[in-house]
Design a protein around this ligand. Structure first.
Ligand code: BGC
Ligand code: CA
Length: 441
């Protein structure tokens, strides 16, 4: 009874504070306020075991989007409605542009360092092929641009580098890319994107590793001796190409994600990869929910140490308040430093301290992975989440999608009332409303 009255008052205050505070930073939703108020009055058990799930409307529960940022898949424009779904909505990902630049530079540096041996057929053209993940995913778009920018193969389209796949371009006539030039020790080389393709299977799954394995088979059988470098927008596809062809043919292959198998393959000739600091992202994904559920400042255990000592330093993430988005920073992983990255599922030490269950009681979280077969999400991200959920006292239900249809996942969000918070990884970045409409019912 007492709690209901408090909630009603809080709901009224919330109404006021939302209008009074346009940035939304200081107002809190009912879940926060209820939890904080109850905790303050000493009624912790009720608040922690069932309070939020039973009494907070689903639309007011903390929500975090991760890995696939709500955005228009053709223009990349952020979906601010989804990012501002309620006062406790956030996105967690990584800095796509910073990472893309590293990726492009890593490939370029490798070419320069190995210029004496890289041109396999000696025609003066350094040829590369590019595996594009999902042409509508802003991370994939950024990576394509980063590679083309560093290698000088990008052409402008509407003020930015064109990120379209080109199919094949062995003669250099494609219009979505151009031949780049590279000067090393006084000698000029041409850099050509010989082929690029979105790796999507016939059922619609993107970033599809098997499709990339097939593609390199086709490309290598028709113009194999022209391929000097293989670039992939992730390690799942990169490793598939490496195992299918480039390892045996000693062609350097580059990926992204620093998955365990890819890092290990550096010892066998895989050229390099980028760590997108999944250890920081997985923490942030659950930490923002934890903070919202605890009704504490969102920066707790992030930029500001929590009472257990968890804190992140500024060199591993940035927060963009306007975009409601946390972005982890990337690090290049090459033959020089890969020994430090051999376990991608290890929790990040500065945020590895267990929270006290007495003051951070157990909460239930519904979390989905867009495609249970995505190498990065299933072999790196989810194992990390499963370690952090223990440290943060969250009982997370993990749902794995098929990577093709949103309904395969949303069908399993039939009873949102059972959960205190939600973490969502969409199949398609345009589809945020398929989830928020379920939470708004
Ligand atoms: C990862 C890819 C993954 C994709 C899925 C990206 O951030 O680098 O490996 O397939 O997310 O959304
Ligand atoms: Ca060549």
């Amino acid at each position: 009874m007492k709690k209901k009255a408090v909630l009603l008052t809080m709901a009224a205050i919330l109404g006021l504070s939302v209008t009074a505070c346009s940035s939304g930073e200081t107002s809190q939703n009912t879940a926060d306020t209820a939890a904080a108020t109850t905790a303050a009055s000493g009624d912790t058990t009720a608040a922690e075991t069932k309070g939020a799930a039973e009494e907070v409307a689903n639309k007011d529960k903390p929500l975090v989007w991760f890995n696939r940022q709500p955005s228009n898949s053709s223009t990349g424009e952020l979906d601010m409605t989804a990012l501002n779904f309620n006062e406790n909505t956030y996105y967690v990902g990584f800095d796509a542009n910073q990472g893309a630049e590293l990726q492009g530079t890593m490939v370029k540096d490798y070419i320069e360092k190995n210029i004496d041996t890289i041109d396999r057929n000696g025609d003066g053209i350094i040829g590369y092929v590019l595996a594009i993940g999902d042409i509508g995913h802003n991370d994939s778009i950024a990576r394509t641009r980063g590679v083309r920018k560093a290698l000088g193969t990008g052409v402008d389209k509407d003020g930015d580098i064109n990120s379209d796949p080109i199919g094949t371009n062995t003669d250099g006539s494609a219009t979505a890319v151009q031949d780049g030039t590279l000067d090393v020790n006084g000698t000029q080389y041409v850099i050509r994107e010989l082929a690029s393709q979105e790796m999507k299977n016939s059922a619609g799954a993107t970033w599809d590793a098997a499709t990339a394995g097939n593609a390199i088979g086709i490309w290598s059988s028709s113009f194999g001796d022209q391929i000097d470098v293989v670039v992939s927008n992730n390690d799942g596809m990169g490793m598939s190409m490496f195992n299918a062809w480039s390892k045996d043919n000693k062609v350097p292959t580059f990926g992204y994600d620093a998955n365990n198998d890819a890092v290990a393959a550096i010892a066998e000739g895989y050229g390099g990869t980028i760590s997108q600091h999944a250890d920081v992202q997985a923490y942030l994904t659950l930490r923002v929910l934890r903070n919202a559920l605890d009704g504490v400042d969102i920066d707790t255990g992030i930029g500001t140490a929590d009472e257990a000592g968890n804190v992140l330093s500024e060199d591993v993430y940035v927060y963009n308040e306007e975009q409601r988005s946390y972005y982890a920073l990337n690090v290049a992983v090459t033959a020089d430093n890969y020994q430090d990255f051999t376990d991608s599922t290890k929790v990040y030490e500065p945020v590895s301290n267990q929270l006290d269950e007495a003051s951070h009681g157990r909460k239930k979280v519904w979390l989905n992975i867009y495609n249970a077969a995505d190498n990065f999400l299933s072999s790196t991200y989810q194992p990390l989440l499963q370690k952090y959920d223990d440290l943060l006292n969250l009982d997370v239900e993990y749902i794995g999608g098929d990577g093709q249809t949103e309904s395969n996942i949303t069908n399993r969000l039939g009873n949102p009332g059972q959960y205190d918070a939600f973490a969502i990884n969409m199949v398609k970045t345009d589809n945020a409303a398929s989830y928020t409409s379920l939470l708004s019912q």
